[in-house]
Design a protein around this ligand. Structure first.
Ligand code: BG6
Length: 489
């Protein structure tokens, strides 16, 4: 049988994503012996660079988790020898044909498999795909293309993008990344639900009072204002990362673990969501704040952001799934930049115990006595369950304590970066963690009317100080559903 090769072409090789995530992830996979025996990495960009210069650039950015390990430098040398550079325009058939020639030399007559990672701005996607697929696709193996958001900025532009890509590729060749799906604890959601007896039976409106999906960062958009201002936090985080987590969380049991079966269930949940009401959304934007010696900038202090920008850097929303399992259960999402901490978590608040024998022990705060399951996606990955417990002693005092699975304490092995998982899956043709086009459509259908309304009505965001807990409106939104944000204590 003929041997096969895989070549990975990073289109937009000198960009930030390539340097910070893609090359380090490829190196980590190499270090872990996960890459096929015959592989080559090509950087493709408009700039002129020699192979040596690319290697030099890549070596500087391989500051990933691996660089603390033994024999890292040796492995790095070996990895870098497999990295090459090709300079070309993104819309040039000729330049991609030259790349094709080089790839063929490396493939040496073996079966050729080619992965293109489009690490370029979205307005270049279609040109690059046209040229790569026409001039540099594999003649006897597979050709796959990885793309990352933004996939448009509303239903129409997303549909146009999909249509554009599908002129040159079939759906199976398109790997749409949502890197949150590659995070260890997000992947684990399905294991938690479907392989433990104690969770799945409780996973419905009957026992769950509300679900919270929380994303916060303790830094602003400094340096990326130009991109961010055109999108805002709802498109940047909610419509994709948080909504994807919601779909995995809420889907029905898939027929199997096959990619199509899982994505069929996810898309059903997305299509069962009630339209988002403006009244169920709060938006915010951070303003400058001085703490001690340091003054933190306002969002609009960024030179690439218009002074009168209304782009939200924070949003909270209450969403509902209109199906038998989740009818009436609020799914509360919250995402923000320049907040007091960096965190991504899922919080599941359970209902009250009916006729609780111990209610007297909780005084008036029965809400403080409900069970809560917390899945901390990052940092410091953990899963813990808040339960009521008797404080040891002769009296009868109860408190709420954690049954705690703390990853750092439980597992010696480091957690791989999301891009490692996703790149490996793309190489292996595993599509489970990639977004199918109907999922993408459903996600946009949910958010597009709201986004348009916010923009047409020029809704003014609620201003919150850099480094704070965000706008107080988020608190009122939750309170309307008798909910307290679990992350705020
Ligand atoms: C990206 C967003 O998708 O995710 C960024 O565009 C955000 O705004 C980033 O900072 C967060 O990813 P992570 O993996 O650092 O939590």
């Amino acid at each position: 049988e003929k041997e096969s090769t895989v070549s990975i072409t990073v289109v937009g090789a000198s960009g930030d994503l390539a340097k910070k995530k893609i090359f380090p992830a490829l190196f980590a996979l190499y270090y872990e012996d996960c890459l096929p025996k015959h592989f080559t990495v090509f950087g493709y960009a408009r700039s002129k660079m020699s192979d040596g210069e690319l290697r030099n650039m890549v070596s500087k950015t391989l500051t990933c988790r691996i660089d603390k390990r033994e024999n890292c430098s040796e492995k790095m040398e070996q990895f870098l020898k497999r990295c090459f550079f090709h300079s070309g325009q993104y819309d040039s058939l000729d330049n991609f044909a030259e790349l094709d020639k080089k790839l063929k030399e490396h493939e040496g007559g073996r079966i050729s498999n080619r992965l293109f990672y489009l690490s370029v701005p979205p307005n270049i996607f279609i040109d690059a795909v046209r040229c790569a697929s026409s001039s540099a696709s594999s003649a006897n193996g597979w050709t796959r293309v990885i793309v990352e958001k933004p996939f448009g900025r509303d239903s129409e532009s997303s549909t146009a993008l999909t249509r554009g890509l599908k002129q040159y590729l079939v759906e199976d060749q398109i790997f749409r990344i949502d890197h949150y799906l590659g995070k260890e604890l997000v992947e684990n959601l399905s294991v938690l639900r479907f392989s433990n007896l104690i969770f799945e039976p409780l996973w419905s409106r009957q026992y769950i009072r509300n679900v919270q999906l929380i994303f916060s960062e303790d830094f602003g958009t400094e340096g990326r204002g130009g991109y961010f201002n055109n999108y805002g936090i709802i498109r940047d985080i909610m419509q994709n990362h948080l909504l994807q987590i919601l779909a995995l969380f809420a889907m029905e049991t898939p027929v199997s673990l096959d990619a199509e079966d899982i994505r069929n269930e996810k898309v059903k949940v997305l299509r069962s969501m009630k339209p988002l009401q403006l009244g169920n959304v709060v938006i915010g934007q951070y303003k400058s704040h001085t703490k001690g010696e340091i003054t933190y900038p306002a969002y609009t202090d960024d030179k690439t952001v218009p002074k009168d920008s209304l782009t939200p850097t924070f949003a909270a929303a209450a969403l509902f799934i209109d199906n038998a399992r989740w009818d009436g259960v609020p799914f509360l999402m919250k995402a923000g930049k320049a907040l007091h901490n960096k965190r991504a978590e899922i919080r599941v608040q359970f209902r009250h115990v009916p006729g609780n024998l111990y209610k007297r022990n909780f005084g008036t705060d029965l809400d403080g006595a409900t069970n809560e399951l917390v899945i901390r996606v990052q940092p410091d990955e953990a899963i813990y369950l808040k339960i009521n417990n008797k404080v040891p002693g002769l009296g009868m005092r109860l408190d709420r304590s954690n049954l705690n699975l703390h990853y750092a304490a439980r597992y010696a092995k480091e957690i791989p970066d999301a891009y490692e998982r996703l790149l490996l899956d793309a190489i292996e043709g595993e599509r489970r963690l990639f977004i199918r086009s109907d999922e993408l459509d459903a996600a946009w259908e949910l958010f597009t009317p709201l986004l348009k309304e916010l923009e047409e009505k020029k809704i003014i965001p609620e201003y919150y100080p850099y480094g704070s807990r965000g706008p107080v409106g988020a608190h009122y939104l939750a309170a309307r559903y008798n909910v307290r944000w679990g992350d705020l204590g």
